[in-house]
Every structure is written in C-alpha cells, then in structure tokens.
Design a protein. Structure first.
Length: 298
C-alpha cells in the first residue's frame, strides 16, 4: 500500500498500568521534539487493552504528568479500549485466510511443555517459543472446543504467514545514528505469537499496528526494547495491507546499576521526582534534547 502525507504524525503510547517514570518522560519529550522539528502532529494514545492491569487513576496520572511536562498533543486522547472492533476485524481477516489458529493452552502449559528442554528456543522477550501443541489439533477438534466455549487465544501461524509474503520484510530506522537505514525484520524469532488473548480480542502486537494505521501514524518513536517486536509488526502490516511507518527506537534510560527503568523494577515515578523538586526545565536539560538534531527523509 502506498502512502502520501503532508504532515508527519507521531504518537506517544503509554499503558495505564502504573505511574510514568523518567524513561517515559524522555520518550514523550523526544516525540514532541521530533513532531516540532518536522512541523508534524503528536497524538497521545492510551494503550489500555489489558483490562485487568490498566486503571483509570493511572490514566489520569499520565494526563497530569504529561501536562506538567509541557507535552501538547492533539485532541482527543486516543484509547485502545475504544478500538476492539477494529482489532476483531483485523483478526477476522487473518482467520479467513487460515493464518491464525485457536490456542487453548495456558502460560503454565507452555512452560511445562518446554521446561524440560534447556535448549528450547526463546523469543526476543525471553519467553519460550510456543511448541505448537494446538497447531496439531484437527479442525473438528478446534470447532468442538470453540463451540463448547473453551477460552481460546489466537496465534499467528508464522510458517503460513511467511509463505504469504513475497516481498522483503524490513523497515526504515532512524534510531542509533545520524542517517536512516533499512533494517531486515526477523519476525520468525517470535514463533507463533499471540495476536488475540483469551480475555481480550487483541494483543499488543495487533493493536499497535491497527492503531498506527487508523491514526495515520507516520513515525513511531519508542524505546529500543521494542526494536525486535518491530519485525513482527512489519509482517502484520504486510499481511493486513497497512502502511509502514518509519521507526526511531531510542536508547533506554538506566538506573545506577545499569538496569533499564521499568515499572516492574519500581523505577521512581515522575510524580515522586516532581515532589522532590524536579522541574520540566531541569529534566529537558538533563535529557539534552535541545542538542539533538533530526535528519528526516520525506
Ligand atoms: N504501550 C507501550 C508501552 O507503554 C508502548 C508501545 C509502543 O510505543 O509501540 O511500553
């Protein structure tokens, strides 16, 4: 699919499952700087498909923190929980073409099936690759279980998906250098990834590609922890005939021990730092954003 656009569209896409930390502040401000440098727009997208972990008070805290930071985004705020129908449609298109299959396994089943094999391959996020248990089920058995109401996730049949693609799978990457470069995607590293969870009709991977397309996002600026996931996103974009944005994976902020700041490792929140006297001006100087120059190619 070809794309023409006058203005570049960026997005900052936090998940409301905790408070923002410095790393989020950096990513949000970098998106804003790049939008300004190119005369583009900045969207704010609340990635709240995880209905169990996301909470309205965290969303409010995100809006408060970003306003304090001086982030100016286009209204309205986008929310993934408002797009479940679009995710279902995307999944249905893959179902019709036999590119996904229902999986009745629990996470514990996958671990149990692979834990005896120390050499079992793992995905870039260090989870064991799906051993294909439910891929072996006959279609009659699949139908029987689905009809009986057994909860099912939907997994991409990676081998079938790759057979459908007759073009290079790659992307234009702006991160990590002054010149953009093309990166060869390696979607197979993710194996038969989950595209719709048992409890939600989507997973991060399908929601992000559908939304980036729906919202006309031309530039995805996000942390380098998502670099490898971009390979899978590019495959999904090709399968769903969605445009390819450009990507800029930025460095991650780390703590004194060298660990990336993360909610799970309880990185200090922006709001706690603010109470200790941090100001947006100090933060921007600390990030050195004013010293960066951005070389965009139309
Ligand atoms: N929602 C993701 C996060 O908070 C970001 C996803 C993205 O930018 O593609 O880490």
């Amino acid at each position: 699919m070809t794309r023409s656009y006058i203005s570049r569209v960026f997005r900052f896409a936090p998940s409301p499952n905790g408070y923002l930390h410095l790393g989020h502040g950096f990513s949000a401000l970098l998106n804003q700087e790049m939008a300004m440098a190119t005369g583009g727009k900045l969207l704010l997208r609340i990635e709240d498909i995880d209905l169990e972990r996301c909470r309205p008070e965290f969303e409010q805290a995100i809006l408060d923190d970003l306003t304090w930071l001086g982030l100016a985004w286009q209204q309205p705020v986008r929310r993934q929980s408002e797009h479940f129908d679009a995710y279902r449609d995307a999944l249905a298109s893959l179902q019709r073409r036999g590119l996904v299959y229902p999986c009745f396994c629990s996470r514990a089943d996958v671990v149990a099936a692979t834990s005896e094999r120390p050499d079992w391959p793992r995905d870039p996020d260090d989870s064991p690759l799906y051993p294909g248990t439910c891929k072996q089920l006959s279609s009659a058995e699949r139908q029987r279980r689905l009809k009986a109401g057994q909860p099912a996730a939907w997994r991409l049949d990676m081998a079938a998906a790759l057979k459908e693609v007759h073009q290079p799978i790659d992307w234009r990457e702006y991160g990590g250098g002054s010149e953009p470069r093309r990166v060869k995607a390696e979607p197979a590293l993710w194996g038969d990834a989950v595209l719709a969870r048992k409890d939600v009709p989507a997973s991060y991977h399908i929601a992000v590609v559908v939304d980036d397309a729906l919202q006309g996002v031309t530039d995805v600026v996000r942390g380098e922890d998502l670099f490898m996931a971009t390979g899978l996103h590019r495959l999904l974009q090709i399968l769903l005939d969605l445009p390819a944005p450009d990507y800029h994976h930025h460095e991650l902020l780390r703590d004194a021990a060298g660990r990336k700041l993360s909610k799970s490792l309880r990185a200090k929140s922006l709001r706690a730092l603010r109470q200790e006297g941090l100001t947006p001006t100090k933060l921007k100087a600390q990030f050195g954003l004013h010293k960066r120059s951005f070389a965009f190619v139309p």
